[in-house]
Ligand binder design. Structure first.
Ligand code: HEM
Ligand SMILES: *[C@@H]1O[C@H](CO)[C@@H](O)[C@H](O)[C@H]1NC(C)=O
Ligand SMILES: *[C@@H]1O[C@H](CO)[C@@H](O)[C@H](O)[C@H]1NC(C)=O
Ligand SMILES: CC(=O)N[C@H]1CO[C@H](CO)[C@@H](O)[C@@H]1O
Length: 338
């Protein structure tokens, strides 16, 4: 009889075990808004003033930081691995895709980290990954976009490889199926609405000519200009990006202005003025066109979707708890003996 009862208890425990394990995994992976409330109560204002100072020096701070956060999250998760420098030029930032990563994004994080660490209560307590997430929120709102609460508690990664960049970032020539696939690949399966809202980031910043040269010079064997491109916009682009243009030349991704975070991106798509195929396809494809129309018509619908999507993106592959480390210098992993 006692043996039977013991068996029952064991069976019940075995049944509960997976649920208990799941709970541990789930709680471990969670970020929270008040994560540093006790350890670094002034964190948000310290980051905000450092970012603001940098933004006043150069507007490029905004697009550079926003894109840096995207690249960080998409390659190995939001763990600031994109900021690590490699003595052998073999880190994520050494991949050719980094040409777009203007140095000002890196500099923003480094300056904000210095401001945070200058406060004795915060010193070496806040991850570079969280500082990048906060700085991203700040540049979006400084550029006229929405302001939002940022979830915190990320830890910094110790690994950064050039090779990991290749398959993880979307390319400007992607069609909708390829975009859906690569965004879904990132564990939290970012939805089609998330893809649209995050692509709205292309309301800010610049692109090098080579990213879309194919669309204006040699679309395919029989067609020179991509027929989904507005013809007068195509000619404008050819003027700004003549053949054999200096590879450092950049053009605004939003022809109505690269400095304001607004829904102009979606209005541009309606007029055939999406700079990349991966932008224009969001309007050409009937699956996403209704959402483009909604975001073009209603700024607040775009803002709300953007906040939801960037919050989701900020959870991709994060290290939490005792994983990773709190990097002391954002550009290098902590030395074990120092
Ligand atoms: C949907 C797939 C995406 C593709 C194919 C893509 C591709 C690109 C490319 C090729 C550039 C220009 C790089 C250069 O030549 O300088 C660029 C710029 C930029 N992207 Fe994206 N991107 C995508 C999604 C995103 C997302 C999700 C974000 C942010 C959440 C983002 C933010 C930016 C920003 C802000 C810039 C301007 C950078 C600057 O001016 O320094 N992009 N993107
Ligand atoms: C952290 O502090 C903020 C601002 O004081 C407050 O709104 C929030 O509720 C706090 N969160 C936690 C989890 O303590
Ligand atoms: C080139 O693109 C045009 C426009 O999309 C299309 O009609 C044509 O069939 C394509 N030609 C080739 C050879 O792929
Ligand atoms: C900001 C940054 O790290 N840029 C590097 C990008 O990659 C090229 C080589 O592909 C380096 O020369 C840049 O320094």
């Amino acid at each position: 009889m006692a043996a039977m009862r013991l068996l029952h208890v064991i069976i019940i425990l075995l049944l509960l075990l997976p649920a208990a394990l799941l709970l541990v995994v789930v709680t471990e992976a969670q970020l929270s808004q008040g994560f540093y409330n006790a350890t670094c109560p002034n964190l948000e204002s310290l980051v905000r003033s450092a970012v603001h100072a940098k933004f006043q020096q150069t507007f490029v701070t905004a697009p550079a930081t926003l894109r840096l956060f995207f690249h960080d999250c998409f390659v190995r998760g939001c763990d600031a691995s994109v900021i690590l420098a490699s003595p052998t030029n073999d880190a994520e930032k050494d991949h050719p895709d980094n040409l777009s990563l203007a140095g000002d994004g890196f500099d923003t994080v480094i300056k904000a980290k210095a401001a945070v660490d200058a406060d004795p209560s915060c010193r070496n307590k806040v991850s570079c990954a969280d500082i990048l997430a906060l700085a991203t929120r700040d540049v979006v709102s400084l550029s006229g976009g929405p302001s939002y609460e940022v979830e915190l508690g990320r830890r910094d990664g110790r690994i950064s490889t050039k090779a990991s960049v290749q398959r993880q970032l979307p390319q400007p020539g992607f069609n909708l199926d390829q975009l859906i696939q690569i965004f879904a690949f990132h564990s939290l399966s970012l939805s089609l609405t998330d893809i649209l809202a995050l692509s709205g980031s292309h309301t800010l910043g610049f692109s090098h000519c080579k990213q879309f040269a194919k669309r204006i010079y040699r679309f395919n064997k029989t067609t020179t200009i991509d027929p989904t491109l507005n013809p007068s916009y195509a000619l404008q682009l050819r003027k700004m990006c003549p053949l054999n243009v200096d590879p450092t030349v950049v053009v605004s991704m939003d022809p109505t202005g690269p400095q304001t975070f607004d829904n102009a991106y979606f209005k541009n798509l309606q007029q055939g003025k999406g700079l990349f195929s991966s932008d224009q396809v969001l309007f050409s494809d009937p699956r996403s066109r209704p959402t483009v129309d909604l975001f073009a018509a209603t700024q607040s619908a775009f803002n709300d979707a953007f906040v939801a999507a960037i919050t989701k993106m900020g959870r991709v592959g994060v290290l939490t708890g005792t994983q990773g480390e709190i990097r002391q210098d954002c550009t290098r992993v902590n030395q074990l003996f120092n």
